[in-house]
Design a protein around this ligand. Structure first.
Ligand code: ADP
Ligand code: MG
Length: 366
């Protein structure tokens, strides 16, 4: 098992802004680690630098204590699975899986045993003689996974391996990949733009945008304590309200929003807003499910501390719950609230009082 470390890795093409900018992170032994972000954010470039297909413009990559920054792919002991499977159409399933072993001059008997083992792991025991074009997309992707695993790589690299599968197969295959990885205990780096996939599969997630690492954490950490407005919006759904820190009482900041209301949130210990103080411009992230609807606000009343007043712009019934769209004075983006379905919903046009759950308001960098 292998630890992979990137130290200040940058990749720049020509005069463009860096595709990957000063990226530092360490992937632990046996960890399922995901690079997550929108298209073009630098995920594949990062993965290809780990594989050795691309050399960083600057910075260093190490596998355990070995510097591999300049090492060619075949000297790194990585297995790779691609989005488009990249199988050999003229070889059958068994020969596809055994290809890497043949290149490594593994003897025929041993090769046959390992091919059979790998096909069993991915649930394709009886498929060795099949032609590739006789397989479904999901089966082809499992052949690609078997081909990567059969060489017993110390690092498994997967670049959007599920993108070409339909939704149902994608969910099944992601569960299988995770189970196979856990059994093998192989350090794995997984690339996806799908936040739900990343949340379901990963030990830890690196959230990237524009070549920059925004946050590194467990799925729960990036969901509950997003470091930036980008992370808050990219992972699940979130309302990000702009405000200014008014004051601090110990580790709790009072934040004044554009409409004059004041909400309280813990000051992050680290990250871009670590130890933030009065005068700082911040975002307040509140998940749609983390606000209580107190009811229609009496026209004469002032706002109680910790509450917001907003006008209902939309009500959508989705079955188990209702989605309420809200306009808050001074905020461009509509706010979203999800609540269990009830008989006394407000009406479009009503001004309602809301109380964000104080434990679930989180400061984010804007
Ligand atoms: P992702 O995998 O997150 O979609 P990539 O790593 O493929 O993103 O690309 C990151 C950025 O680098 C993009 O802006 C892309 O256009 C650019 N890029 C990638 N490969 C090359 C290349 N060979 N030459 C020039 N620019 C590239
Ligand atoms: Mg990519």
């Amino acid at each position: 098992m292998t630890t992979v470390a990137l130290d200040n890795v940058t990749k720049t093409y020509g005069s463009a802004a860096p595709s990957v900018d000063s990226l530092s992170l360490t992937i632990g032994e046996g960890e399922f680690f995901t690079l997550l972000g929108p298209s073009g954010c630098g995920k594949s470039t990062t993965l290809r630098m780990i594989a050795g297909f691309i050399t960083p413009t600057s910075g260093q990559i190490t596998f355990d204590d070995r510097v591999v920054t300049q090492a060619p792919p075949h000297k790194r002991d990585t297995g790779m699975v691609f989005q488009n499977y990249a199988l050999f159409p003229h070889l059958n399933v068994g020969d596809n899986v055994g290809y890497g072993l043949k290149m490594r001059k593994v003897a025929a008997g041993e090769r046959a045993r390992r091919i059979a083992d790998a096909l069993q792991v991915v649930g394709l025991d009886s498929y060795a003689e099949r032609r590739i074009d006789q397989l479904s997309g999901g089966q082809q992707q499992r052949v690609a996974l078997a081909r990567a695993l059969v060489i017993r790589p110390s690092v498994l690299l997967l670049d959007e391996p599920l993108s070409n599968l339909d939704a149902k197969l994608r969910d099944e295959t992601r569960t299988q990949i995770r189970q196979i990885q856990q059994q093998a205990g192989t350090t794995s780096v997984y690339v996806t733009h799908d936040q739900a996939e990343a949340m379901a599969m990963s030990d830890r997630i690196a959230v990237m945008n524009g070549g920059i690492l925004h946050q590194l954490g467990t799925p729960r950490e990036v969901y509950r304590r997003p470091a930036t407005a980008f992370v808050a919006r990219f992972i699940g759904r979130s309302n990000v309200l702009n405000g200014v820190v008014d004051g601090r009482d110990g580790e709790i900041a009072a934040v004044r929003l554009v409409d004059g209301s004041v909400l309280h949130a813990p000051v992050p210990a680290d990250g871009p807003l670590g130890g933030v103080g009065p005068g700082a411009e911040v975002g307040l992230s509140v998940r749609p499910e983390a606000m209580h609807l107190l009811g229609v606000a009496p026209a004469t009343s002032g706002r109680a501390e910790g509450t917001l007043h907003a006008r209902v712009t939309l009500i959508e019934f989705t079955g188990s719950q209702c989605m309420v769209g809200l306009a808050l004075d001074g905020h461009d983006a509509p706010m979203l609230l999800t609540i269990p379905d009830t008989d006394d919903l407000p009406a479009v046009g009503d001004v309602v009082a809301l109380r964000p759950d104080p434990a679930r308001i989180w400061l984010v960098a804007t």
